[in-house]
Ligand binder design. Sequence first.
Ligand code: MLT
Length: 267
Amino acid sequence: MEVEINNIDLYYEDQGTGKPIVLIHGFPFDHHLWDRQVEILADHHRVITPDLRGFGQSDAPEGPYTMTQYAADIIALLDLLQIDRAIIAGLSMGGYISLAIAEQYPERLDGLVLSNTRTAKDTAAIRQNRYNTVEKIKFEGTEFLVLDMLGKVLSKDTRKHNPAVLEFVEQIMRRQRAAGIIGAQQGMAQRKDRSFILNDLQIPVLVIAGRDDKLISPMEAKRIAKELPLGHLEIIPKAGHLSNLEQPDTYNERFMRFVESTEVVEH
Ligand code: MLT
């Protein structure tokens, strides 16, 4: 489905009924990143999977797409769907956005799932690398980025035993437009450190990491979980940066268990 919010057409899918859960994809993907979760979660809950601005079937206006802008897009979508509160789950860049939502709109959250992500802002070197990537894309397109990321996002185990996942990930990345990739890179480069919000988060938070994540170390997840008053940590074996796709059964089981634990018991 498509809706107009914040001056763009935003595409999203809305499946199942029950407790609302919003799944926010990482970079450079689209809502299909969550296909293996929707299959299971939507049998029990209402699952909303947007294509972030710049990705999938959503418009790709000029960037930068700041995490604040992305957060405002998600909240505008919830407003339109008349959803007051939801569980928000984000992977990697989706996690950066989830943290921005938790900072700015804490009253909209029933729970938070932070997968393969970090709270820190970019180091100077990473920021410079993003700007170099943007310049390179302008000259030669996105192919080099797809190949570079393809070499890094999956664990050794997945690459060896699950070529279908590699192919699926490659297809999603190849579909993304240069304008969207540039806007997101510029936005991530500008993001601030959001570590400071963790101590005060009075909602349940599930922190998930892939034990073999080469892009964002599981150490980051450990650090995040330690700071949270209501945090729970899960480190998934044989998973890299895309833990939800690499080990979907384990990921789904942990996710479902978390959602059930957030259910308000009525007397
Ligand atoms: C992602 O998977 O969303 C990206 O690796 C995040 C990033 O570039 O920092």
